[in-house]
Design a protein around this ligand. Structure first.
Ligand code: GLN
Length: 312
C-alpha cells in the first residue's frame, strides 16, 4: 500500500488528466466552459482532519447530483427509513439518470432510487420546512455544519438556468404527480430540487461531506452525532448500488466504496471509518460521470487499498 501524501496524489492526477479527453464539459451550466476540459482536482480528508489535495482544488462548481445524498439524509432525518422508502425505491435502475420510462413500467409507480433525478425530486418533496425558503435554509444550515463552511451558498446564475432549462425534471415531476407517486406541491418540490443542485462547493467541501459519512454521521469537529448512524449506513449502501447511475456496478467492483457523482464533474466518496474524498473533473461521459475523476478514484482505491471488501 502506498502512503497518502500530496505528492502521491499529484502524480495520480497527472496520470489521470488525459482521461478527460473521453468526456465533455456540460455547456449549459453557467460558469462551466470547454476551457475546463482538462481540469482535475482532488481533496481527501481523514477522520483526524488531515487534509491531502492535488490538482485544480481552487475550482468552485455546483454540487449538482452529488446533492442527492444530502436530500436523502434530510428526508431520512425528518421521517425515518420506513416512511421515506414508501415514496422512493432502493433498487438500482440501469437506465440514464434522467430516465422517464421507468416511471411507467415500474410496478409500484415510484422512482427506482433516490440517486436518480425522479427519485431525488420525490425525496426533495418530502423535506420538512414551513415554506420553500425555510426548507432550503434547513438544508444549507446542515451542510454548513457538516462542511464547517459558513459561506456555503447557492450560485444564483446556475439556479436560474436550472429553472429555465428544467423541462426534463418538470416532466418527471408531473408524471409522478399523475401516477400519485408525489402528492406534494410539484412546483415547490422542483424549486427546492433546483436550489439544492445549485449550491456552490469546492473539493474540500465534498471531502468533508464524505468524511462526515465515513465518521458515521458524527461531526469531525465536535464529535457530536448529527445524523443517526443507521441513516448514514442506508445512504452509503444506496450510493454503492446507484451513486454512479448505470455505471454503479463497474465502480462497485473497481473502487469498492460508496461514491456519488454530479454533472458538473464532481464526485463525493466515503470510505467508512477512514476518510472522505472530493473530486472535480468537469469532462463527463454520457452516463453523467467524470471520466478523469472516475479513473482517479479507481487508482486512489487500488494504490491506497481502500476497497471495503478487501478488509480482513
Ligand atoms: N441539475 C441536473 C439535473 O437535474 C443534475 C443531474 C446530475 O448531476 N446528474 O438534471
Amino acid at each position: 500500500m502506498e502512503k497518502l501524501t500530496n505528492e502521491f496524489l499529484e502524480e495520480l492526477v497527472t496520470e489521470c488528466r488525459p482521461y478527460s479527453r473521453d468526456g465533455e464539459v456540460v455547456k449549459d451550466i453557467p460558469g462551466q466552459s470547454p476551457a475546463d476540459q482538462n481540469k482535475l482536482g482532488v481533496c481527501m480528508i481523514d477522520l483526524n482532519n488531515n487534509v491531502y489535495s492535488a490538482g485544480d482544488t481552487d475550482m468552485r462548481f455546483t454540487i449538482q447530483s452529488a446533492s442527492k445524498i444530502v436530500s436523502l439524509m434530510m428526508a431520512l432525518d425528518d421521517f425515518g427509513k420506513d416512511e421515506v422508502f414508501q415514496n422512493v425505491g432502493m433498487e438500482p435502475m440501469g437506465d440514464f439518470y434522467n430516465s422517464i420510462s421507468h416511471l411507467e413500467s415500474h410496478d409500484v409507480k415510484k422512482p427506482f432510487n433516490p440517486m436518480v433525478n425522479a427519485g431525488a425530486i420525490a425525496v426533495s418533496a418530502m423535506i420538512k420546512g414551513k415554506n420553500l425558503d425555510d426548507k432550503f435554509q434547513r438544508i444549507l444550515k446542515r451542510l454548513r455544519q457538516i462542511t464547517h463552511n459558513n459561506s456555503l451558498k447557492i450560485n444564483e446564475d446556475v439556479y436560474e438556468s436550472e429553472k429555465l432549462k428544467g423541462d426534463r425534471n418538470r416532466s418527471l415531476a408531473y408524471f409522478m404527480k399523475s401516477t400519485g407517486a408525489i402528492a406534494h406541491d410539484i412546483e415547490e418540490s422542483l424549486d427546492l430540487y433546483f436550489r439544492i443542485n445549485s449550491i456552490e462547493v469546492t473539493t474540500a467541501d465534498l471531502a468533508k461531506i464524505g468524511a462526515f459519512f465515513a465518521n458515521g454521521g458524527r461531526s469531525l469537529k465536535t464529535g457530536e452525532q448529527l445524523i443517526p448512524m443507521d441513516h448514514i449506513n442506508t445512504i452509503e449502501a444506496i450510493m454503492m448500488t446507484s451513486g454512479m447511475y448505470n455505471e454503479a456496478g463497474k465502480y462497485a467492483v473497481e473502487v469498492g466504496f460508496p461514491i456519488k457523482s454530479g454533472v458538473s464533474g464532481c464526485i463525493v466518496g466515503s470510505v467508512p471509518g477512514r476518510l472522505g474524498i472530493g473530486i472535480i473533473g468537469p469532462a463527463i461521459n454520457k452516463k453523467g460521470n467524470s471520466t478523469a475523476g472516475g479513473e482517479l478514484l479507481q487508482r486512489i482505491s487500488r494504490h491506497l487499498d481502500l476497497n471495503i471488501f478487501s478488509v480482513i
